[in-house]
Ligand binder design. Structure first.
Ligand code: ATP
Ligand code: MG
Length: 585
């Protein structure tokens, strides 16, 4: 049943001032509009308005999960360490895992994710290929002791996530479950009115696309993405782009480069672009072996990519660089001491002659040639791609955007099933580890992302499909014997038509009601004033467009019911299927 929510009773205390700690619009506005309250760093109360929107997001997520046959269940947040020892993640996960001990000195954690628990659930029951595939999901609270919880709901330590896990017998079946989750995620994004992009989240080195991130586009986003008109899109961390490098010199020549210890200084001093220089980085692997890495001067070493190439990679400190016989700012490949592992980014293969440090203070080499002046290094993709690098699909320059990761899908393979002994008997009678995929969407982060994309100087601008209420009725003179009954009647008619309605029955000035209405972001606002009421008219304001129309008081409820129905229809499963088909065409 839809009833009218009176503002006088609504628990949504607004803040007059901008909260000091809030840097981003979503954080500031959710606090100011009385939707969330901070309890501790990264831990929030969700007040009634936020909770209504969260429930709407969850409903869309559930609907799309059911549409692909995923089954909802509920796993515990409290998880025994024993399971995490079996997957080896008790040691690998690090300080983000919230650990505690019970009264019997048994160790537990609060789940940051549920691969361990779900694998342990199915390992004794999913025993035959005939039971597969199965996808299980839950919407639940997750805990991660983030090093820097910030931006409100965008990065909490306690947050809401939908996590799904598929169990498959074959690679093809896993690919199918993964693809289905992907298209369900597309529809979830569309149905929530999000401006989004799906990006490759792995560099494809493992073969095939095994992970996609769903990004809400936002200037304030922490992720930077690279994309191309041809449809290619990737997290810049994962992108393998065509990189332009230039050679410098042709024969080995030592040049005095006094105090030119940075790439910018060196390039300027030599009168060459930065892409004609080669930058050296020194680190060590897990065994302490010195690892020397060369990358194009205008690109950065990528932490994730290098960690795939060198186990336990860590940069050396300035002191360690000296102790290992190198001169910071002048490191090069010529006459490197024995026992040093030398790696160069694959892009440098195209440059026959490098401008690079000479391993001597204040000197560089130009024209240093691979194979002639120094041994061929190990080639690997180890840099972060940049705007302007070439698209790996079509070769056009890549463009850049920023985004907030709202979801990620991942093919896990047999990582957990092997470690935890989850096997099934296949058609051929052979026992095999289950193939798994995992699929997460941050529900609370999605709410914040929607606000991040929908706001103006006055407050939140909701897509109607996630707004806490669809319509607000604002009587401007409370107690007036014309205005009050008219507003109450309109609100009742709206509720009777199934429209989620608030009635601002507070004895407040018109200005206060207008400001609050825009701060809360009510999509449609019906303004009932004394003069209009006398003439049988009200004003209808559309928050998103700021459009205002005068409309007969006895027509407004029906008109709004129509507008709301239109909006709801734009965000259904069927509408999302249509959008998907249009995109594929
Ligand atoms: P990030 O890189 O932003 O820390 P993640 O890649 O570690 O996120 P996943 O493990 O892929 O996150 O979790 C699935 C989803 O859960 C994310 O896409 C995101 O929407 C959400 N999420 C992850 N960490 C947080 C957090 N600290 N606060 C709110 N939502 C989060
Ligand atoms: Mg992720």
């Amino acid at each position: 049943m839809t009833t009218v929510q009176k503002m006088s009773q609504l628990y949504a205390p607004t803040l007059k001032e901008d909260p000091g700690e809030a840097e981003l619009a979503s954080h500031r506005l959710l606090l100011r509009a009385g939707m969330i309250r901070k309890v501790a760093a990264g831990v929030y109360d969700y007040l009634p308005l936020a909770w209504r929107s969260i429930r709407k997001i969850e409903a869309v997520v559930r609907d799309e999960m059911e549409s692909i046959g995923a089954q909802e269940l509920r796993l515990p947040a409290m998880q025994p360490a024993e399971l995490w020892h079996q997957s080896h993640r008790w040691d690998d996960y690090g300080p983000e895992l919230m650990r505690f001990t019970d009264r019997h000195e048994r160790e537990f954690c609060l789940g940051p994710t549920h691969e361990e628990v779900v694998t342990s659930l199915v390992r004794n029951e999913l025993r035959s290929y005939k039971q597969l595939p199965v996808t299980l999901y839950q919407i639940q609270t997750k805990y991660r002791d983030e090093i820097r919880p910030r931006f409100g709901l965008l990065r909490g330590r306690e947050f809401i996530m939908k996590d799904a896990y598929s169990f498959n017998a074959t690679k093809e079946s896993l690919q199918e479950s993964y693809d289905e989750e992907g298209v369900a995620y597309e529809r979830i994004c569309d149905r929530l009115g999000i401006d989004w992009r799906a990006v490759d989240a792995d560099s494809g080195q493992i073969g095939g696309k095994v992970s996609i991130e769903f990004m809400a586009l936002a200037e304030s986003g922490e992720a930077s993405l690279l994309y191309c008109d041809c449809g290619y899109a990737s997290d810049d961390e994962a992108a393998t782009a065509g990189v332009h490098v230039e050679a410098c010199g042709d024969h080995l020549e030592k040049v005095e480069t006094p105090r030119m210890g940075t790439i910018a200084e060196l390039a300027e001093f030599m009168g060459v672009p930065e892409c004609a220089t080669v930058k050296a980085l020194l680190g060590k692997d897990a065994d302490g072996v010195t690892t020397l890495i060369f990358v194009p001067g205008d690109h950065d070493l990528n932490d994730i990519k290098i960690s795939h190439v060198v186990v336990g990679f860590e940069m050396l400190t300035d002191d360690e660089i000296g102790e290992r016989g190198f001169v910071k700012g002048f490191i090069g490949p010529v006459d490197v001491p024995a026992g040093v592992h030398v790696i160069a980014d694959i892009s440098l293969r195209q440059s026959g002659h490098w401008l690079v440090g000479a391993n001597e203070r204040d000197y560089h080499f130009k024209g240093a040639q691979v194979g002639r002046d120094f041994p061929e290094p190990e080639w690997a993709d180890v840099i972060t791609a940049r705007i302007g690098d070439r698209c790996p699909v079509c070769g056009k320059p890549l463009q850049g955007a920023r985004g907030i990761e709202i979801g990620q899908i991942f093919q896990l393979g047999t990582k957990y099933s092997e470690a935890m002994g989850a096997a099934f008997t296949d058609e051929d009678g052979v026992d095999k580890p289950l193939l798994m995929g995992c699929y997460g969407i941050g529900v609370s982060r999605t709410l914040a992302s929607i606000v991040e994309q929908g706001n103006d100087e006055n407050g939140i601008v909701w897509p109607v499909c996630v707004a806490p209420f669809e319509v607000a009725v604002l009587p401007l003179s409370v107690g007036d014997d014309l205005v009050d009954p008219m507003a109450t009647k309109i609100a009742a008619a709206l509720a009777a038509a199934g429209v989620e309605t608030v009635l601002d029955d507070r004895d407040e000035r018109a200005g206060v009601k207008f400001n609050d209405a825009d701060l809360y972001g009510w999509p449609y606002q019906v303004i009932v004033g004394k003069r209009g009421a006398t003439a049988g008219e009200v004003e209808l304001k559309v928050r998103a467009t700021n459009e205002r129309i005068i409309i007969a008081a006895d027509e407004v409820a029906a008109t709004l019911a129509g507008l709301v129905a239109e909006q709801r229809a734009r965000f259904t499963h069927e509408a999302a299927l249509g959008m998907q088909a249009a995109r594929r065409a």
